[in-house]
Ligand binder design. Structure first.
Ligand SMILES: [Zn+2]
Ligand SMILES: [Zn+2]
Ligand SMILES: [Zn+2]
Length: 173
């Protein structure tokens, strides 16, 4: 698996010594890569401590930061200002769509066309060198749950009187 080799290489670059904490972090990230799960540094640290109680939060934090800078880990922003990390693969350019309610993350391979970025640069007299784009919304699951909660709480709907004679089927023209 490509991503595994890249993650191991990233850790080798940091230090010639392959320490146990680094190996544990790399192994766990490779597992997370195959499951596409997103996580916080806190989650990762707590998991790693089960295997190695002496592993420091700072070590985990620095490793995650390093991998983000190398493009091997994606940092995913949520609408409420919190963020998670995910091993997305690190090669294909893509963005994220996140649910404002359940924090579900979806990869999207849609981006603005290059001439749009050029136009933005021209307008502000910048040379655009990169971008980050996160879309927020509510997933189908959360919308369905929202509707259910609404109908369970509300009194029965009044008879449907919104149909006017013009809308009635068969009476058109
Ligand atoms: Zn992604
Ligand atoms: Zn949701
Ligand atoms: Zn893009």
């Amino acid at each position: 698996m490509m991503i595994a080799a890249k993650i191991y290489a990233a850790f080798d670059e940091v230090s010639q010594r392959s320490t146990r904490p680094r190996k544990l972090i790399a192994d766990r990230l490779i597992e997370l890569a195959s499951s596409c799960a997103d996580f916080t540094v806190e989650d990762l640290w707590q998991e790693l401590r089960q295997a190695e109680p002496r592993i420091g939060r700072a070590t985990v934090y620095r490793s995650v930061e390093k991998l983000v800078n190398m493009g091997l880990l994606d940092r995913i922003e949520f609408a409420d200002g919190t963020h998670h990390y995910r091993v997305c693969g690190g090669s294909e350019h893509h963005h994220h769509l996140t649910c404002t309610q359940c924090h579900r993350v979806v990869d999207i391979d849609i981006c603005l066309p290059a001439d749009q970025f050029a136009a933005i640069g021209d307008q502000a007299d910048f040379v655009i060198e990169g971008h980050a784009l996160t879309l927020f919304g509510r997933c189908k699951n959360c919308r369905t749950q929202g509707e259910r909660a609404f109908f369970e709480k509300s009194t029965p709907l009044p008879p449907d009187n919104t149909y006017s004679s013009e809308d009635a089927p068969g009476e058109a023209q």
